[in-house]
Write a protein that binds this ligand. Sequence first.
Ligand SMILES: NC(=O)c1ccc[n+]([C@@H]2O[C@H](COP(=O)([O-])OP(=O)(O)OC[C@H]3O[C@@H](n4cnc5c(N)ncnc54)[C@H](OP(=O)(O)O)[C@@H]3O)[C@@H](O)[C@H]2O)c1
Length: 296
Amino acid sequence: MPQKILVVGAGFLGSKIANEFSYLKNSVIKTNLTSVQDGSHLLDITNKKMVEDCFEKIKPDIVVNCAGSTDIDFLEKNSQLAYAVNGQSVKNLAVTSQKFNSRFIQISTDGVFDGIYGNYSETDIPNPVNVYAKSKLIGEEETGKNCQNYTIIRTNFYGHHKSGRFLFNNILNKLKAGVKIIGFDDIFFTPLEISNLSQLVVDVALSEYIGILNLSSDYPISKYQFCLNIAEILGFDTKLIRRGSIDEMNFAAKRPKNTSLVNKRSKQIIRHEIVSLTDWLERYKKQLNDSFSHQP
Ligand SMILES: NC(=O)c1ccc[n+]([C@@H]2O[C@H](COP(=O)([O-])OP(=O)(O)OC[C@H]3O[C@@H](n4cnc5c(N)ncnc54)[C@H](OP(=O)(O)O)[C@@H]3O)[C@@H](O)[C@H]2O)c1
């Protein structure tokens, strides 16, 4: 039966998740903080009254919270913003979900771990190493404390975005421009392609699973190999990618080195296949070639 879905924070991930719910003929309401074009509504999750009014109006069956402040280095110096948006505000959504009997899905991050060992399961203890990750962990805690029908999804993702703000297009833009890239061979993760992740988030939202759940690819990959795969499959000069270490960098926020997740538990719940990076790149290349061949 079609359900009423509220996607809070319809940015890069939220807008894809909203699309995925729409394909299944659900009634989907999206919110943003500032960018309210494309049928999205205005909602500031730091404002408890606004959150309550929104739920009162929509009475959602399922709420997916993708709202977040995600500029890791900026947040390291602006911790109040991080804790307000990624931490305490999640309480507003969790409390209100409980009040309205809505299922609550909180999008969290693989970054809650210190990255010393990698291959983290749902039962491993987080130990965040920067302000962003600490604030996301508070968001997880507020979720578990304040509502009963919830899932916290720990994940990481990449995908096509028209701006160069996100990982994949940032690398692609540099390759296209012939700019050298340092590929960190000591940073490992298990990211999913964003449309594939959105399918899996919908699977989880429509399930009855309660608790923390990892959504990730099957095998860890280093950032160096990630860059190399993009260059190799999309036909760019692989010499543009220099193997390097995160320790060479001087970022404001410390980065955990191995945040790879184990996805065994999620395999019992998800209905869609997990798409590997190489398969997705092959499809992406085909789409690019098709769109070129259709140009007049
Ligand atoms: N990007 C990654 O690689 C990554 C990895 C792991 C986990 N995550 C998590 O995934 C989620 C989505 O990330 P994303 O990359 O899609 O982020 P994004 O594109 O920056 O989108 C963030 C969304 O949050 C909204 N927002 C910001 N502050 C808000 C507030 N006070 N009240 C209500 N809405 C607010 C933004 O609205 P406006 O657009 O109007 O500003 C936007 O819709 C986040 O929770 C993030 O922590 C991201």
